[in-house]
Write a protein that binds this ligand. Structure first.
Ligand code: DQA
Length: 145
């Protein structure tokens, strides 16, 4: 099984950005944690982060028939991007939406997720451990099909 961990805008600033909301672990530490977890589970994983919506669309398109699942934190594009929703629907790759913070309990505008309808599950408000939960969900799905 091959997974892609895709992160949207400002997630490269983890550790620095609003630590009371997103914690003190930086992006490199997050990547290391997910890599270690996937190594233990025998899962191949790659990572991509961009602050640009079109680059995220490109990455999703390039994943067609080359990855088995996507762990996706679209950052603020969650709440605005029909292009990301369309890209996910176009490629049909099983995707789990992840949010570090509890977007349901923050500003009203964060309750809207355009990508959610294209995802098999959402992991919300479990900190960066949510990425590991998303890996497990995709692994479980891989076993079930
Ligand atoms: C986020 C929540 C979004 O509302 C925000 O814009 C982010 C991060 C999260 O992981 O909690 O950039 O996706």
């Amino acid at each position: 099984m091959k997974l892609l961990v895709l992160n949207g805008p400002n997630l490269n600033l983890l550790g620095l950005r609003e630590p009371t909301i997103y914690g003190t672990e930086n992006y490199a530490a997050l990547v290391e944690k997910i890599q270690k977890y996937c190594d233990e589970k025998g899962v191949e994983v790659s990572f991509y982060q961009s602050n640009h919506e079109g680059c995220l669309v490109d990455q999703i398109q390039q994943s067609y028939q080359s990855v088995d699942g996507i762990v996706f934190n679209p950052g603020a594009y969650t709440h605005t991007s029909i292009a990301l929703l369309d890209a996910l629907n176009a490629v049909g790759i099983p995707t789990v939406e992840v949010h570090i913070s509890d977007v349901e309990k923050r500003e009203e505008f964060r309750r809207i997720s355009y990508v959610r309808s294209a995802c098999i599950a959402s992991v919300i408000g479990h900190g960066t451990d949510g990425y590991l939960e998303a890996v497990d969900i995709l692994l479980q799905r891989g076993r079930d099909v």
